[in-house]
Ligand binder design. Structure first.
Ligand code: ASP
Length: 537
């Protein structure tokens, strides 16, 4: 069976189990209850608040009122919790079972299946392990491949031309994505279709999580500071922190420096980096062998933790975002792939399928980067000097899916607040979301953080983020996938402009040749290097 089939099966298993035996499952007993910050635990159905429940986050349901208007819950306190309560002047005992009552209809009270939650806790490490394995390769892979790429280019003008074209292209497609998103949101008006009840419920359930999102957005430095900060004062620190733009800058400079040296002196360094790069590529394949299990665990967690009621309430908004992403994919990218890169669109998407599946499951374009680079080089025959420059830069600054989603989300939230946006406001959305998508890191949920900047720019309250938080993780999977398609499209188009002979490798060729593509790459087994560095000939 081919790797991508195995990954697809892993995804399907994760989604299926998420619905079937996740915390929101209707098959498992829903005997757990989550208590939001404003939930009130009373000593009788309409009694007085219980101090022993201060700060309580989860409890167990023991009884349900006849008309389902209240729930009797029980909980125990740990010694730490007792200590924390005593500092607030509440005396309680550890290990004692307390009983109280909560209103079943309060938006701060939501039930879940404890078994489903335990299953997620037991399996989520598999997803984290897979993610860690590919993320481990990102920084060294980008660094080594870019130094080798630039050193073998030997022509600064070519480098400048590639850089200029790539950045210009990124800007044009991001604005195109925003025009699609803003246009669709104006036509469909998803905000006007949300009922007042759903709106109150969403605002109450997710209000607590908004504070940290807004705080992270407020800490963002100015544009000029960000530009200057691309030059690292300590490149080792940039590598250690995984600051991608700084790593790219340093690798470019090191590559240029190597081309300015005598070839005989530069060559050993380039050779060493090229071999280290090969080793990193091998590690990508090792990590990908784990991908089917990793994506199953990742999707089980996401699907299991997203409530069905949020999905229903936000269905129109979600559909507008997804339709927008599909339009951008098939219209904007479709045109570029067909006429710019001169490749068949479906063949192109098929060639990068492994990267798309990983992007969808991890919601991180930066974690997917090694797979995207490998897919473009191996399956599309793009030269490493192009992939090593365009893809890391794209994964950091080119996020069309994020920009499009931010356009729709900003208008959706404004519509719910009953605000009429002028043409000027809409233009502000396009400009601020372009910058916000450039500023977003390629990690899960980053687009949501920088969305706060877009909302502020048009004067929409940032508390409105609570309205979309419930489905954000799910939409993140779709927009990240589009982000990765966008980077790969740019890569193929730039490669064509630079004169690369692009060629799609078929699945049959991939299977036939263990040295190329994603199939059978680990089959050759170990080739130990002779000791004491003797020549392996
Ligand atoms: N998760 C997205 C990415 O990695 C960024 C976002 O949150 O929109 O590309």
């Amino acid at each position: 069976m081919q790797l991508y089939t195995k990954i697809l099966i892993g995804m399907a298993v994760g989604v299926f189990l998420g619905f079937l035996v996740g915390p929101n499952s209707s098959l498992l007993p829903n005997t757990g209850v989550d208590l939001g910050p404003d939930a009130k635990v009373l000593n009788a159905p309409s009694g007085a608040p219980m101090p022993e429940a201060t700060g309580l986050k989860t409890a167990r349901v023991v009884e349900e009122g006849a008309a389902a208007e209240w729930l009797q819950v029980e909980w125990k306190l740990t010694p730490n919790k007792v200590l924390a309560l005593s500092t607030q002047g509440v005396s309680a005992k550890a290990g004692v079972t307390y009983h109280g009552y909560v209103s079943a209809s309060s938006p701060d009270v939501s039930r879940f299946a404890p078994l489903g939650r335990s299953l997620i806790e037991y399996t989520e490490w598999i997803g984290r392990l897979f993610l860690a394995l590919i993320k481990m390769v990102v920084v060294p892979l980008v660094f080594f491949s870019l130094v080798v790429g630039v050193a073998s280019l030997g022509d600064f003008r070519a480098l400048g031309r590639l850089g200029g074209r790539t950045i210009g292209y990124f800007m044009v497609t991001t604005v195109a994505a925003l025009v699609i998103g803003v246009g669709l949101a104006n036509i469909v008006q998803p905000g006007r279709l949300l009922s007042a009840d759903d709106r109150a419920q969403l605002l109450a359930s997710y209000a607590g999580s908004v504070g940290s999102t807004v705080k992270s957005a407020a800490a963002a430095p100015s544009m000029l500071d960000q530009l200057v900060a691309i030059v690292p004062t300590n490149p080792v620190a940039s590598l250690a922190n995984g600051d991608m733009l700084q790593v790219i800058f340093f690798a470019l400079m090191l590559g240029i420096a190597l081309t300015l040296m005598e070839v005989s002196r530069a060559q050993p360094v380039v050779d060493l980096f090229a071999r280290l790069n090969d080793a990193m590529v091998m590690l990508v394949h090792v990590a990908m062998a784990l991908a089917p299990y990793g994506v199953a665990a990742l999707l089980f967690k996401v699907v299991g933790s997203t409530g069905l009621s949020v999905l229903v309430a936000l269905a129109v908004y979600g559909v507008v975002v997804i339709v927008g992403l599909l339009l951008h994919l098939f219209v904007t990218y479709g045109l570029v792939v067909k006429f710019g890169a001169r490749l068949p669109v479906l063949g192109f998407l098929g060639a990068i399928k492994e990267a798309l599946l990983v992007a969808f499951s991890t919601s991180s374009s930066s974690a997917t980067l090694p797979v995207t680079m490998e897919a473009c080089e191996e399956n599309l025959n793009v030269s490493p000097r192009i992939t090593s420059f365009v893809l890391p830069l794209g994964a950091t600054v080119n996020m069309d899916g994020t920009a499009l989603y931010q356009g729709v989300a900003a208008i959706f939230i404004a519509q719910i607040y009953g605000m009429d946006l002028t043409v000027g406001d809409q233009a502000t959305i396009v400009v601020s979301a372009t910058l916000a998508s450039v500023g977003a890191a390629g990690v899960p949920g980053a687009g949501m953080i920088t969305l706060a900047m877009v909302l502020t720019a048009i004067g929409v309250p940032t508390e409105g983020l609570a309205l979309i938080l419930g489905v954000d993780r799910l939409l993140d999977m779709f927009r990240t996938t589009l982000n990765v398609v966008g980077d790969s499209t740019a890569c193929a188009y730039m490669a064509r402009l630079e004169g690369d002979a692009l060629e799609i490798m078929s699945d049959a060729e991939d299977r036939a040749n263990p040295k190329r593509g994603f199939e059978r790459r680990l089959e050759a087994g170990p080739h130990p290097v002779p000791e004491h560095g003797s020549d392996p000939e």
